[in-house]
Design a protein around this ligand. Structure first.
Ligand SMILES: Cc1cc2nc3c(=O)[nH]c(=O)nc-3n(C[C@H](O)[C@H](O)[C@H](O)COP(=O)(O)OP(=O)(O)OC[C@H]3O[C@@H](n4cnc5c(N)ncnc54)[C@H](O)[C@@H]3O)c2cc1C
Length: 397
């Protein structure tokens, strides 16, 4: 999946997660890995294991939804600081929470992703230590990202920190917590986005190529932000500037992005292992002509609830209203469909590849029942075929 965690587990001298010419972060094994290291990697890899921990699935109170999981509280909100709200992807809640955690001394660092200084269309693992650092990482980056490449650096430093990442990144940190007690002691909050999947780099290269620009010429590249959703904007070192609306750049369906195969079979787009998630508020009144963004915030754990209440009380975030689960089903139909199809796709993939990931706790059978038998068969066969093609196109290393 390219999250970067296996590098920290095996050690950089033995395994490096590196950017390859196909535009993806992939693990490169440098020396023979002994069986315990291989087992440790398999145990933490979110590609193989996204397993809902019992305390999250069984938390008392709140609401439980078959598709979206356990929800303690769901509201519409935005960052009180206008600079944060403007620079961020939607309402700036994730950046506001990062700044709040840093400025109140709850954490010394926030692990997230930001544009690479050398190749701004690429994303690098980034550590924010203050407001400026958090702002530098604001905004969704839809291409490949390996936020966990620097996770072990923070664990080794022994200081409290928070992690912002996609649901798969968060699941990887939860996997590591089962083996490494430092995670439980030092990771103060796990924050995520609703994730329709990441765009493959060739999609971004093509976006640049249509304007006659190559990646090497870029001075800056943003997928969105600076308004909501804000322009997809890039600038070359020789001063050419380009800006596109969200629809012009990304199309009206996430399926046009060339999602990696693993994203298509993902069973946790809704980040059930996080403490809190923040995503687009696509309430009809915010979709047309809205330049000030709003987030829907979904609190999953009491730790996430405590953090959000403190940020609200401190005036870092502004809550506008409660949101119900019905709205979520309406606003995120692609996420609903993906969960309904997850079991069939994982099954089709497993039959073809022999790899059966751990999906415990995600209620996939019950979700599949709501999708119908025909849909199940169609998706299982589709995944079986695509798993074959995905395997053929994998690099041999
Ligand atoms: C790949 C991807 C797919 C998404 N799909 C959906 C969707 O289907 N539906 C929906 O409602 N919302 C989706 N979102 C979320 C949405 O784009 C916003 O990120 C979300 O609304 C959070 O807004 P914010 O203003 O609170 O974020 P901000 O305050 O701008 O903070 C965003 C944070 O996310 C981190 N981040 C950005 N990109 C990545 C990445 N690739 N990997 C790890 N961390 C990252 C940044 O470092 C930053 O800390 C997706 C986001 C991503 C990255």
């Amino acid at each position: 999946m390219g999250c970067g965690l296996c590098q920290g587990v095996a050690g950089e001298a033995r395994l490096r997660v590196e950017w390859d010419e196909q535009g993806a972060y992939r693990p490169h094994v440098l020396t023979d890995l002994d069986p315990p290291t291989q087992a440790a990697i398999r145990a933490v890899c979110p590609g193989l294991r996204m397993q809902l921990p019992a305390p999250v699935s069984r938390a008392a109170g709140g609401m439980n939804d078959l598709i979206f999981g356990h929800v303690e509280r769901m509201v519409e909100a935005y960052a009180a600081d206008p600079e944060i709200r403007f620079a961020s992807s939607s309402g700036g809640i994730l950046t506001a929470l990062a700044v709040h955690l840093l400025e109140t001394g709850c954490v010394q660092a926030v692990l997230n992703v930001a544009a690479s200084p050398d190749h701004p269309a690429r994303s690098i693992s980034h550590v924010a230590r203050d407001r400026a650092g958090a702002l530098a990482a604001a905004g969704s980056r839809y291409g490949p990202a390996a936020p966990l490449l620097r996770l072990h650096e923070l664990l080794d430093a022994g200081e409290p920190f928070a992690v912002v990442g996609k649901p798969c990144d968060i699941a990887a940190v939860r996997n590591l917590a089962r083996r490494d007690p430092r995670v439980g002691r030092l990771v103060v909050a796990l924050l995520t986005v609703m994730c329709g999947g990441q765009a493959e780099m060739p999609f971004i290269w093509e976006l640049l190529a249509r304007q006659g620009v190559t990646e090497d010429e870029l001075e800056s590249f943003r997928c969105r932000g600076n308004g909501c959703p804000g322009p997809t904007a890039f600038e070359t070192r020789d001063g050419r500037r380009f800006a596109f609306t969200y629809d012009e750049a990304w199309g009206d369906s996430i399926h046009e992005w060339g999602l990696p195969f693993r994203c298509k079979i993902c069973w946790d787009s809704q980040g059930e292992q996080a403490d809190l998630m923040s995503f687009d508020s696509v309430a009809p009144e915010h979709v047309e002509g809205e330049s000030e963004g709003f987030n829907t915030v979904l609190v999953r754990t009491s730790r996430g609830g405590g953090l959000f209440r403190e940020a609200e009380a401190a005036g870092a975030v502004v809550v506008t209203r409660d949101v119900g689960l019905d709205a979520l089903h309406q606003w995120q139909p692609h996420i609903v469909r993906r969960r309904q199809n997850a079991l069939s796709r994982v099954t089709g993939t497993a039959l073809r590849s022999g790899v059966l990931p751990n999906v415990d706790g995600y209620r996939l059978l019950r979700a599949a029942r709501t999708g119908g038998l025909r849909g199940f068969a169609h998706n299982a066969v589709g995944a079986w075929k695509r798993a074959g093609r995905a395997r053929e196109s994998m690099p041999s290393r």
